[in-house]
Design a protein around this ligand. Structure first.
Ligand code: ADP
Ligand code: MG
Length: 389
């Protein structure tokens, strides 16, 4: 799960991570008042679940409270396009109005899980404020990596090492060490999958402050953090993905035109591969899971069909724990309920396969049976090319 910058900063402050003072608002009037309270200057920052806001025009310096009002008026309600939003952009609902910082230096900090070594890794770079992917691409040695133990936490000697590597000395070094320790503690204790401070700012006075903050959380651990779960913003998520999550379906929308209903993540991945291989393009990833019931299958089919880009559906089921007859009845119910004017190809194999095929035959629906994955992929692509069913 992702959260907004202002929410990430709220969480980080609880752990003692220094951030600029500020408040979130959806009103330009209030942006003016907050700026007055901050001493007359502020930075007005669009709150969306995507980075690159600065370049996209979503982060503006206000030299007076009236300017803050004007910036907020422009930014709130705008469709902000950044390199992370796609060309359609994201609608801004709120702005964070923050004290304008006196920036001497912008650095980069990030913590994520290194799956290869099974440990969180603290990444740091002198090149902050810009896209870290670009830095990593041009000069991988410009990013220092310090893995640490998730149970013992980041050790003070590791924090000192990273602070030195960032070129921080004297009082700034002394402030950076507790900052790093607090960030690492927040990462571990809140079950983050990513905590990123870009830029980490060194002020003219040598203070160490998080100017930006991005935190992603492990969905499987959210039951331990009901306060963080409250931060979920459904408007930032794809509506079909939100709908799918209500039924515990693993659904991810993609931009192709062949809808996929598959059981098991591995089979779902290979189904997407074989569709591409056969010259098509998947419209979604969908794993109905090992033990899906008829109701889930019906909803999965409904969700696939409600995507207007979907011009054909490939159902690829290997009945292990999942029974083919359950899939078949779910599909038949969904199609009868919603109606379906696009071709549907079904490949069933495994437990109760004959019962499943019989249900489909008896339904009177124009489903196209397939033998094997390659045959299924070729059939759906041919059917989509022809149009209709
Ligand atoms: P994004 O990464 O989405 O572009 P940031 O929060 O990193 O958004 O802001 C972009 C840039 O705006 C920062 O690199 C920094 O230079 C400037 N900036 C952000 N917040 C402040 C602030 N409170 N005071 C001064 N400058 C800021
Ligand atoms: Mg940033």
């Amino acid at each position: 799960m992702k959260v907004h910058e202002y929410q990430a900063k709220e969480i980080l402050r609880r752990y003692g991570v220094a951030t600029p003072q500020g408040h979130v608002t959806d009103s330009p009037e209030e942006a003016r008042q907050i700026t007055k309270d901050l001493g007359g200057k502020s930075v007005v920052k669009a709150q969306i679940h995507a980075g690159g806001r600065g370049k996209g025009g979503g982060v503006k310096l206000a030299k007076t409270p009236d300017e803050a009002f004007e910036h907020a008026q422009k930014i709130i309600g705008m469709q902000l396009v950044t390199h992370q939003t796609g060309p359609e952009g994201r609608k801004v609902k709120k702005v964070l109005v923050e004290a304008a910082a006196d920036i001497a230096q912008e650095l980069y900090l990030g913590i994520t899980l290194d799956r290869a070594i099974g440990k969180p890794v603290l990444m740091a770079s002198k090149f902050g404020g810009m896209e870290i992917e670009e830095v990593a691409h041009k000069d991988p040695t410009a990013i220092l990596k310090e893995p640490f133990d998730a149970i013992a936490g980041l050790q003070p000697f590791q924090a000192r090492k990273v602070a030195y590597a960032l070129g921080l000395t004297g009082e700034t070094h002394k402030k950076a060490v507790p900052f790093l320790l607090a960030l690492a503690k927040a990462y571990v204790e809140t079950d983050c999958s990513l905590a990123e401070i870009n830029p980490l700012m060194i002020t003219g006075q040598g203070d160490v402050v998080a100017l930006d903050a991005k935190m992603n959380f492990d969905d499987n651990a959210l039951f331990r953090h009901l306060d963080i779960k409250e931060y979920r913003d459904l408007d930032e998520e794809d509506p079909l993905e939100v709908e799918a999550s209500k039924f515990n379906l693993n659904y991810i929308k993609l931009d192709g035109n062949v809808g996929c209903m598959v059981n098991g993540a591995g089979l779902a991945m290979s189904t997407m591969d074989i569709i591409q291989y056969a010259g098509g393009s998947p419209a979604n990833f969908l794993d109905v899971g090992g033990g899906a019931n008829e109701e889930q299958v019906r909803n999965a089919m409904r969700i696939i069909l409600s995507d207007p880009n979907v011009k054909g559906v490939l159902i690829n089921i290997f009945g292990g724990i999942m029974r083919c007859d359950i899939i078949a009845s779910g599909v038949v119910k969904a199609v009868k309920e919603i109606g379906c004017t696009i071709p549907v190809v079904v490949r069933l194999e495994g437990t109760n396969v004959e019962e499943g095929k019989q249900i489909l035959r008896d339904s009177g629906l124009a489903v196209i049976p397939a033998d094997g994955m390659k045959d299924a992929a070729e059939k759906i692509i041919a059917a989509v090319a022809k149009g209709g069913n």
